[in-house]
Design a protein around this ligand. Structure first.
Ligand code: DGL
Length: 290
């Protein structure tokens, strides 16, 4: 088995024990309120195609962007706890900016495996911008959270950050994966303040994991040349690095089995996602009971 490293560089046997015995592969949960986490999963599986992935989406409490902090923390600890009882987990990826900015300390307190969070890619955006104006697109919860303000103060103190809390985009990404067209006039309306600005942002942070699923539509709505930055490739690098170096390979729980998807409510709408999930390499969708 080989670990395919990003940038097309191949690294053979990223998981090789010192005696040369091929190592076991980790079981990784990728969690989101909806389909957004698939954008992260899609990046993570590039360097680690042989890991075992359990995708969990909380369609019962979706959307998280409008929920209270305490609700989100309690909910995620309960969900990861339920998965912990069902499977031998090696790593948890909270593939949701809204949940990560709020729940990482609680998760790390409860579960003794690496917990990887996804937060808005402010730092790379601040490096990439040429006009010093960066747009931040995220849920209202993420835009308002002190974690995000701290990221801005720490990594982009000299940039002008134009924030847009856009819950509509989350729904549009969900609808797109259900086969619906993305309404471009609605997008244009949403971005009107930026489109009319004398100096619009030249770099836009996609601070919600749903938004990379809308990249073509966002790119065609925003001024030509606008750079979209998300956290997916950085998360993939981090996870691959942890798997290669940091996780005690011999201690991997390594539960064998196919990639699976769990939802919190077995609705017809959730079931209708099956063709999409199959395209992403998942074979089954089950209800997770808390
Ligand atoms: N995908 C989630 C995020 O990255 C947001 C979706 C929601 O509001 O539930 O923030």
């Amino acid at each position: 088995m080989a670990t395919k490293l990003r940038d097309g560089n191949s690294v053979s046997s990223g998981l090789m024990l010192s005696d040369g015995i091929a190592a076991k592969w980790p079981t990784i949960i990728v969690f989101d309120s909806g389909v957004g986490g698939l954008s992260i999963y899609n990046e993570v599986r590039q360097p680690l195609p042989d890991a075992r992935y359990l995708y969990v989406f909380d369609n019962e409490a979706f959307p998280y962007g409008e929920k209270s902090e305490q609700f989100i923390v309690d909910r995620i600890v309960a969900i990861v706890g339920a998965m912990w009882r069902l499977h031998k987990l090696d790593m948890v990826i909270v593939a949701c900016n809204t949940a990560s900015t709020i729940s990482l300390p609680a998760l790390r307190e409860h579960f003794p495996c690496p917990i990887i969070g996804v937060v808005p890619a402010i730092k790379p955006a601040a490096r990439l911008t040429r006009n010093g104006i960066v747009g931040l697109l995220a849920t209202r919860a993420t835009v308002q959270h002190s974690y995000t303000h701290n990221l801005i103060n720490q990594f982009a103190p000299n940039c002008q950050i134009l924030q847009l809390g856009a819950a509509e985009l989350v729904d549009m990404a969900e609808a797109k994966l259900h086969g619906e067209m993305v309404p471009l006039p609605v997008l244009r309306e949403l971005f009107r303040p930026w489109l009319r600005a004398v100096d619009p942002p030249d770099t836009v942070v996609l601070g919600c994991t749903h938004f990379p699923l809308l990249s073509p539509e966002l790119q065609s709505t925003l001024p030509e040349g606008t750079r979209l930055v998300d956290s997916g490739s950085a998360i993939a690098r981090r996870v691959a690095w942890l798997v290669e170096h940091n996780i005690d390979v011999s201690g991997l729980q390594s539960e064998a089995g196919p990639n699976r998807v769990y939802c919190l409510a077995a609705t017809p709408q959730a079931m209708a996602l099956m063709p999409v999930l199959t395209r992403y390499g998942f074979g089954s969708l089950e209800k997770l009971t808390l």
